[in-house]
Design a protein around this ligand. Structure first.
Ligand code: PLP
Length: 352
């Protein structure tokens, strides 16, 4: 039986989106290529260099190094791995706010490091005092999030980097979701703003590339050496990626999307998404719901469980935060019409 892919017209919870047409076209052309074997597939390997060059520009990194990963999870795992390799402690730890993505739990599990999870402040940002109190001589890495998964918040990255370096630890920024909107805001979040060592920044989220296209950036090429293993049967001699065979479609689509959209297209998309988020927050507030201020294009609001379930039953793909709030991500495919239709359904439910 042939199944049709998910339509996007009711998807409000995803951090991925419909690929831009140029990204879709590039993905199709490069479907059968493998950047994990650059000796055999040199064209896609060259495209990956282009991807890292543009990602570096977006993230304020002058001499960028890194690779196109399968997603934010892989980039985060690899950042923890680099820090663990650099650390001298027998049992290194990673300090991160409770708002950090669950991929760090996987990293800790796989890599045998301890996770020290610290609370956030009333603005849902890493509590600096708590971070300071948790860091010690065994700390390998301090994580900051630039665009949190639940509330779209940006941690105080320069301060986190300072705390990390004062303890001889590394600092990783997870901008997997936020990286393609933050350049158009006033936040200090990237390599040019703070002394950070690595970053996750995903073209397949706000970057409008096809899945899978994540990004790992490192301050210095030598950090990738911590990940490299010898590759005896390939023409290239070593490999720093976590996966072996990788998606050339993801790489090609990332380059196509970024060449098309950086910076003007992403800027106008950010403006559209942010306006939509503010419109939705306003609409929910007017109906008496308590709303978390959307500082980036992501809206969270308190909604009764029964209403949430009824909206899902109507086909809306919505999700909830750990504390049960409705969570709507204003991705590029989320239009004002979609949101108005969602609010229309909510109004109908309330009338009954
Ligand atoms: N980091 C953040 C902030 C995220 O929001 C997500 C996913 O939504 C990830 C990492 C994981 O990314 P992926 O699902 O592409 O592995």
């Amino acid at each position: 039986m042939q199944r049709e892919p998910q339509a996007f017209d009711r998807v409000l919870s995803s951090m991925c989106t419909e690929p831009h047409p140029v990204a879709r076209e590039a993905a199709e052309r490069f479907l059968a290529t493998n950047p994990g074997d650059p000796g055999t597939y040199p064209t896609v390997a060259a495209l990956e260099d282009d991807a890292i060059a543009i990602l570096g520009e977006i993230a304020g990194l002058e001499d960028p190094a890194g690779y196109v990963a399968s997603g934010g999870t892989e980039a985060n795992i690899q950042a923890v791995r680099i820090a663990r390799e650099r650390a001298e402690a027998k049992r290194p730890n990673v300090v991160m706010p409770e708002s950090a993505h669950f991929s760090f739990q996987k990293a800790a599990d796989v890599l045998g490091v301890d996770l020290r999870i610290v609370p956030v402040d009333e603005q849902y940002r890493a509590d600096l005092e708590a971070v300071r109190a948790s860091v010690d001589s065994d700390t390998a890495l301090v994580v900051g999030v630039a665009g949190t998964t639940e509330y779209g918040r940006v941690d105080p990255i320069p301060a986190l980097a300072e705390i990390a370096h004062s303890a001889d630890a590394m600092c990783h920024v997870d901008a997997a979701w936020g990286g393609f909107v933050l350049p158009f805001t006033d936040y200090d979040w990237h390599f040019g703003h703070a002394d950070i060592d690595s970053m996750a920044i995903d073209p397949h989220k706000m970057g409008q590339a096809a899945v899978p296209a994540g990004g790992l950036l490192v301050r210095d090429e030598s950090l990738l050496d911590e990940l490299a293993v010898d590759t005896p049967y390939l023409e290239s001699t070593s490999q720093a990626t976590l996966t072996g065979t990788r998606s050339g479609a993801g790489v090609a689509s990332a380059v196509a999307a970024m060449e098309e959209l950086w910076p003007g297209g992403y800027r106008s998309q950010y403006a559209r998404s942010q306006n939509n988020a503010e419109w939705l927050a306003d609409a929910l507030e007017k109906r008496g719901y308590s709303v978390v201020d959307p500082t980036l294009p992501l809206v969270a609001a308190t909604l009764p469980r029964s209403t949430f379930d009824a909206l899902r039953a109507k086909g809306w793909r919505i999700s909830r935060t750990a504390t049960g709030e409705l969570r709507i991500v204003c991705m590029p495919h989320v239009t004002r019409e979609m949101l108005a239709s969602f609010i229309g359904d909510l109004d109908q439910l309330e009338v009954r």
